[in-house]
Design a protein. Structure first.
Lengths: 114, 112
């Protein structure tokens, strides 16, 4: 079956512009996660969704970052007024439910802020 | 903050040799997982070991868990060039949901 997809795969934007990153989880997966990975670093947790609600937003680095999920499926991560330090690969993952630890990852979106 | 810390951060071996990576963590966990990442993109789940297990095998992979030392190891036997990737440990805890926290990874290079 189809895996997790993300779009765009690459995004180059100018400092100060807003960007939207999209994640399509595996159909039927209720849990969805966003992570950020800077060059050569580990994964930094950003936000967790269960259905359409986000019980854990603790990883969002600033109020410039927001995310939503609609219909219990597609999620969008929005970064407003991008800064150069926002440059990273943004990874989305989904899992079947809150009791499942195994996460299925998308290929990521590489964001470059110039 | 990172829960798991992998050691070494980089490892280079010849094809056919075994590769061992270690992971240490700080807090109590329900389980520990290992993931592989190729070319800095999506991660692939390799294996999960629960806190009440000590050893688990999957193909050429062997994972051990020592909860008293808060550490785990991943052994890849008879390595292949295709095993070249970054390997991450991830600890699972309960806190309303099954939160998984990733370490910084070990970069493995297998030389043909």
């Amino acid at each position: 079956g189809a895996g997790v997809s993300q779009s765009p795969s690459n995004k180059v934007t100018e400092k100060g512009k807003d960007v939207e990153l999209r994640c399509d989880p595996i159909s039927g997966h209720t849990a969805l996660y966003w992570y950020r990975q800077s060059l050569g670093q580990g994964l930094e947790f950003l936000i967790y969704f269960q259905g359409n609600s986000a019980p854990d937003k603790s990883g969002l680095p600033s109020d410039r970052f927001s995310a939503e999920r609609t219909g219990g499926s597609v999620s969008t991560l929005t970064i407003q007024r991008t800064q150069q330090e926002d440059s990273a690969v943004y990874l989305c993952a989904s899992s079947s439910d809150t009791l499942s630890y195994e996460q299925y990852f998308g290929p990521g979106t590489r964001l470059t802020v110039t | 903050s990172q829960q798991g810390e992998e050691d070494p951060q980089a490892l280079s071996i010849q094809e056919g040799e075994n590769a061992t990576m270690n992971c240490s963590y700080k807090t109590s966990i329900n389980n520990l997982q290992w993931y592989r990442q190729n070319s800095g993109r999506g991660l692939v789940h390799l294996i999960l070991i629960r806190s009440n297990e000590r050893e688990k095998h999957s193909g050429r992979l062997r994972v051990t868990l020592d909860t008293s030392k808060k550490s785990s190891s991943l052994l890849i036997t008879a390595s292949r060039a295709a095993d070249t990737a970054s390997y991450f440990c991830a600890t699972g805890t309960s806190g309303g949901y099954q939160k998984v926290t990733f370490g910084i990874g070990t970069k493995l290079q297998v030389i043909p």
